[in-house]
Write a new protein. Structure first.
Length: 309
């Protein structure tokens, strides 16, 4: 990994807010407070919220702002130790065995020591996060924990208790400094209380209209103000309609970017129908929004913005 200059941890909640904002992440005071405390107390931060509200982005921004390596463990059903922690490079081990046989090596202890040495160890995200780094403790993102099963969750609890892992052939590897742990979940299932108790907790909600508008101005600087206001108001309206999958902040940015690339200056039903695939990802939701319900939402947005001047 490329060495990066390491920045000091923020000394206050205000510094935490400023640090995030400098990298275009607009955090409310409650989120900044729990993040500041997680850094100060060296506790994992457990973030819940709907998909697309910016949970994963917090870890990415922390990595950039602090100059730390970002190590990401993307969770999925069936995730096991060999994929998450470590495994041995079996092809290289087999090659060494063949070479040793050809050289007439008979010392079993020496052979095992060579086979189960550092050069044959493949470090997966958990072991990488516990390993020393020139940049300081890395940011360890455990993304979408709710996709794994309870057995892996129990194993992770053990890791977070002592920040160490035991490799039978090598012994125990312990972190010299605990990583900055960010755990995210979309709440597709409940995570066990035992793991949550190890962490500080925060529910990440969709941003207010004002914050989302500021995000669009930062992320899509070419988007004119009228279009940005209509996009944000329309998306905020859609989130009240109980869609199968509400559009997240990333989708709002994608939509605003697409409309800007098409040189649109305002929303209209035809434009929405042509570009709705950048905002919504399920056909049932698209059918609702390209019909009368979507036209009414647009009409309401236009009227509200006109009334607001």
């Amino acid at each position: 990994m490329t060495d990066k200059p390491t920045s000091a941890l923020p000394a206050s909640i205000e510094e935490t807010i400023a640090m995030l904002e400098a990298h275009d992440y607009l955090a409310g005071r409650s989120l900044a407070t729990v993040l500041f405390l997680a850094l100060k107390l060296k506790r994992p931060l457990f973030l819940e919220g709907d998909a697309g509200v910016g949970k994963t982005e917090i870890a990415k921004v922390l990595s950039k702002a602090l100059g730390r390596d970002l190590i990401r463990l993307q969770c999925y059903e069936g995730l096991d130790i060999s994929s998450a922690v470590y495994e041995w490079n079996y092809p290289a081990q087999m090659l060494d065995i063949r070479l040793s046989e050809a050289e007439g090596v008979t010392d079993r202890g020496r052979l095992e020591g060579d086979l189960f040495s550092e050069r044959h160890l493949i470090r997966r995200p958990v072991l990488q996060a516990l390993s020393p780094s020139a940049n300081g403790a890395p940011v360890f993102l455990i993304d979408e924990l709710d996709r794994t099963d309870e057995a892996f969750e129990a194993f992770l609890l053990e890791i977070l208790s002592d920040y160490q892992v035991t490799i039978p052939e090598m012994g125990t590897i312990r972190a010299s400094e605990p990583p900055i742990v960010i755990i995210t979940t979309n709440r597709t299932r409940e995570v066990h209380d035992a793991l949550k108790r190890r962490c500080l907790y925060h529910w990440v909600d969709y941003p207010s209209a004002g914050v989302e508008l500021d995000i669009i101005h930062r992320k899509v600087p070419g988007c004119n103000d009228r279009l940005a206001r209509e996009v944000v108001s329309y998306v905020q309206k859609l989130r009240t309609l109980d869609l199968f999958k509400n559009p997240g902040i990333a989708e709002t940015i994608d939509w605003a970017t697409a409309l800007t690339e098409l040189d649109r200056v305002a929303l209209d039903p035809e434009t929405i129908a042509d570009t709705i695939g950048t905002l919504l990802k399920y056909q049932d939701d698209i059918s609702r929004i390209t019909g009368s319900e979507g036209r009414k939402a647009l009409s309401d947005v236009k009227a509200e913005l006109a009334a607001a001047g």
